[in-house]
Structures are given as structure tokens and as C-alpha cells.
Write a protein that binds this ligand. Structure first.
Ligand SMILES: [Zn+2]
Length: 179
């Protein structure tokens, strides 16, 4: 765990080098709908997906499935919007970044297997909706991606030493570090 003060300090440093307006404000100011495109990879599957179509949404749900249990869930729309906003933000600065999925939906059994938090946002609710995903990127350090996710103020951001980040859309913003 990174102490709150330490994170705020590193966060302030990130903001200092961040481009002109805070992304959260840029989101509010945007008259156009946020993009619904995601460039994802899971194992040997890789695709640029428009999840605003039924087919695209199913494809993203498949990419974010519980591989161990063989179960496909329903990703929360705001999670997909957060991720495509992050990709769009980087693309605006000339960086086209693929998200390599480590984990999306987790059944109770899979979550227990990986010793996940009991109240994990990877777990599906009664309607099968899950609100968290873990990913890394081949070209941008996870540290930077974590800060960008934090700037979007959608929920939890976890920075993992194994070089991936967790984001969820629980609404309340918080951040942590873990192994
Ligand atoms: Zn996670």
C-alpha cells in the first residue's frame, strides 16, 4: 500500500507534467459523446472494437471473461468508457496504446483462487455486471497509466508491482499499491 500522502505527492508531480486541462474537466466539456472504441488484447486475441454495437459489446465482454471459469459477464458501460477515454486521451498526444487484459470478470471461485478482495469489483452483481478490470500496456509504464486512470476520477486505481494496473468504476476515487 502506498500512503495517501505519498500518492498525492506523486500524483501532483504527474499533474505538473500533464497537458493543459484536467482530463476530468475535458470529459465534462466535451460536447461530443466519448469514443466507444477499445484496442484490446487477451492472450492471442487482439482487436479494435466498437462496443456501441451489440456485436462489439459481446466481443468486449468475451475479452473480459473469466477465462479460468469459462464465464462471460457484462462489463459496466462506465468501465469501458473510462478505458476508451484513456486510449483517446493518449491518442490525442500521438500515443496509440493497446490494453493487454490480465483480468476482467471474476466468478467467486476464481476470485477466491487468486485471493482477491471479498468485495471485489471484479465480481458480478445479480445481473452479471462487473465493474473492474486489470491490464498492462506494451508501450506505456503502468505508473503513468495508473495516474491517468486516477485523473478520470471514476473509482479505484491499483498499481501492481507485477506491472499492471487495476481500475474500477465504484464512483468513489481511491488508489493503492500492491505486489
Ligand atoms: Zn483488479
Amino acid at each position: 500500500m502506498l500512503g495517501r500522502r505519498a500518492f498525492c505527492k506523486s500524483f501532483a508531480a504527474a499533474v505538473a507534467v500533464a497537458p493543459f486541462i484536467a482530463p476530468a474537466r475535458a470529459l465534462e466539456a466535451a460536447d461530443v459523446a466519448p469514443p466507444t472504441l477499445l484496442w484490446l488484447r487477451r492472450g492471442s486475441d487482439e482487436a479494435m472494437i466498437d462496443y456501441s454495437t451489440d456485436q462489439g459489446f459481446s466481443a468486449v465482454a468475451w475479452m473480459l471473461r473469466d477465462v479460468r471459469a469459462g464465464v462471460v459477464g457484462v462489463p459496466e458501460w462506465r468501465l469501458l468508457q473510462q478505458w476508451s477515454w484513456m486510449q483517446a486521451w493518449l491518442a490525442a498526444y500521438g500515443r496509440h496504446v493497446r490494453f493487454d487484459i490480465h483480468s476482467g470478470l471474476r466468478t467467486k471461485e476464481t476470485n477466491a483462487h487468486y485471493e482477491g478482495a471479498l468485495a471485489s469489483y471484479h465480481l458480478p452483481d445479480a445481473r452479471g455486471v462487473f465493474r473492474a478490470g486489470d491490464f498492462s500496456t506494451p508501450s506505456i509504464p503502468s505508473e503513468y497509466m495508473g495516474r491517468l486512470a486516477y485523473l478520470s476520477q471514476q473509482g479505484g486505481v491499483g498499481l501492481y508491482a507485477r506491472d499492471f494496473i487495476h481500475t474500477d468504476v465504484r464512483g468513489r476515487t481511491l488508489a493503492w499499491r500492491s505486489r
